[in-house]
Design a protein around this ligand. Structure first.
Ligand code: NAD
Ligand code: UGA
Length: 467
């Protein structure tokens, strides 16, 4: 085990690898951090002189990159060199849901992680600490260890699990002020030394009491568990939103009332059109798959309900639109505000908007979509990916509009699907005047004061509020 870490390599320059390594480089002046990726376009974007063209949008990210890039932070496609030079290697590649073979649609696809392990084994000429940063099924470290050993060279490897808990849109704040950092490693002397090296890296800015160390398996399973608990809270409040609509209870009042109980806590109780993002669904499906593979069917079914409720919520919202518009949206112009899966990110993976849009398109609606950060080609790619209809049909029925007022002009209905702050500041009086009457507004995030809209003349639908 190296006595001191002076050179770090991170494989995977994505939403996790990019921001995490930028912050490590920012905070650890004596450490050279090299982020590598096979995707040349992505690396070029990370190296772009114009900091507004970094491959991902995250508040505060460009300021961190500006300070560290070229100083002790580097982005390159020269994977082998960076691996061999480093004492510590983070694996931060994607671990999507499998789309083929055994475990299709449920298990995590570990092929990218395995390729990394093989690459590390092949090119390493000195001892390394390999850190699992990607979210992985419990016991993956065992497989990585076997692969690393199999190459049969003299190099020694220690495997650590160090899951990432940042959320998109707040990545930099989450990294700067982490609630905790979790590091899992072997319980023997060498394992403990490896853990200490990573603790030393984080100690540059994370208070000691916030750095938790565990065995590898607890660390791996904590990550899946954390995401499952978070997603469960959203599904729980969304389940209650449906009941509120039948009973004249108000879901926001309920969230406030239950959130005041310190045992429950007030965060993550915002009712929505459904959670999205690349991880909640993927990680719960993975948890369900793992539970089932150990014969724990009751456990699997318990967590599966979180996903089923989320699908129900997306469908329920889309059905509501059709039903309210007199049971037909065929040929009607509907404006969709927001395509990202949450505000302050350009990420659209698993966004509820995709599924609501698809439902409305099946009903032959004409969609006019506006999002402040998502590019037109991304919106079409997300719809094409579903294979529900041809690419030509998607382009015929879907219009991506750069000006929100133009998107809403002459529409039958507006649906708010992402909670972007700017939506609250629109001139809703002006929008109302430009729309067809009755002017319907479906607020899938409960971000606009409904009474104000009603007094303008809108017919509004709010999640979890009386009909
Ligand atoms: P991503 O798809 O944005 O980035 C992964 C990158 O890895 C891609 O750029 C890809 O080209 C690269 N890559 C894949 N195989 C490679 C290889 N063999 N060599 C070099 N590069 C390779 O993914 P992400 O969102 O950063 O997620 C990465 C992991 O972190 C996942 O396991 C995810 O579950 C987890 N995670 C994500 C978030 C999040 O907010 N997105 C938060 C916490 C944890
Ligand atoms: C989530 C977790 O919050 C992170 O801790 C974790 O690291 C990450 O997943 C991951 O493993 O990828 P993220 O998906 O980026 O982060 O964003 P969240 O803020 O958790 O939001 C997820 C979804 O839930 C969004 O669609 C959001 O709109 C929705 N949500 C969240 C609600 O509908 N209501 C809420 O109260 C909170």
């Amino acid at each position: 085990i190296p006595e001191k870490i002076t050179n770090i390599c991170c494989i995977g320059a994505g939403y996790v690898g990019g921001p995490t390594m930028s912050v490590i480089a920012q905070k650890c002046l004596g450490v050279k951090v090299t982020v590598v990726d096979l995707n040349q376009g992505r690396i070029d974007a990370w190296n772009n002189e114009d900091l507004d063209k970094l491959p991902i949008f995250e508040p505060g990210l460009k300021e961190v990159v500006e300070v560290a890039r070229g100083r002790n932070l580097f982005f390159t496609t020269d994977v082998d060199k960076a691996i061999d030079e480093a004492e510590m290697i983070f694996i931060s590649v994607n671990t999507p849901t499998k789309t083929y073979g055994v475990g299709k649609g449920m298990a995590a696809d570990l092929k990218y992680v395995e390729l990394c392990a093989r690459q590390i084994a092949k090119v390493s000429t000195s001892d390394k600490i390999v850190v699992e940063k990607s979210t992985l099924p419990v016991r993956t470290a065992e497989a990585i260890k076997t692969i690393l050993k199999a190459e049969g060279n003299k190099v020694k490897f220690q495997i650590l699990s160090n899951p990432e808990f940042l959320a998109e849109g707040t990545a930099i704040t989450d990294l700067h002020y982490a609630d905790r950092v979790l590091i899992g490693g072997d319980q023997d002397e060498e394992g403990q030394k490896a853990i200490q090296r990573l603790v030393d890296v984080y100690s540059h800015w994370v208070p000691k009491e916030k750095i938790l160390t565990t065995n590898v398996w607890s660390s791996e399973l904590s990550k899946l568990t954390a995401n499952a608990f978070l997603a469960q809270r959203v599904s729980s409040i969304n389940a209650i939103s449906a009941l509120c609509e039948e009973t004249e209870a108000d879901v926001d009042e309920i969230a406030k009332a239950i959130g005041a109980d310190s045992r429950i806590g007030s965060k993550f109780l915002k009712s929505s059109v459904g959670f999205g993002g690349s991880c909640f669904q993927k990680d719960i499906l993975n948890l369900v798959y793992i539970a089932r593979s150990y014969g724990l069917d009751e456990v699997a079914e318990y967590w599966e309900q979180v996903i089923m409720l989320n699908d129900y919520q997306k469908r329920r919202f889309a059905e509501k639109i059709v039903k309210t518009l007199f049971n037909t949206v065929s040929g009607k112009k509907i404006a969709i505000l927001g395509w990202a899966f949450k505000k302050d990110t350009n990420d659209t993976r698993e966004s509820a908007s995709i599924y609501v849009a698809d439902y409305l398109l099946n009903e032959q609606a004409e969609l006019y979509i506006y999002d402040p950060k998502v590019k037109e080609e991304q919106i079409y790619a997300d719809l094409d990916c579903l294979n529900t209809r041809s690419e030509e049909e998607n382009r015929e029925l879907v219009h991506v509009i750069k000006d929100p007022y133009q998107a809403m002009d002459d529409s039958h209905a507006v649906a708010i699907l992402t909670e972007w702050d700017e939506f609250k500041r629109y001139d809703w009086d002006k929008v109302y005047k430009s729309m067809k009457k009755p002017a319907f507004l479906f607020d899938g995030r409960n971000i606009i004061e409904s009474n104000a809209l009603v007094s303008i003349g809108f017919s509004t639908y709010n999640l979890g509020k009386a009909k």
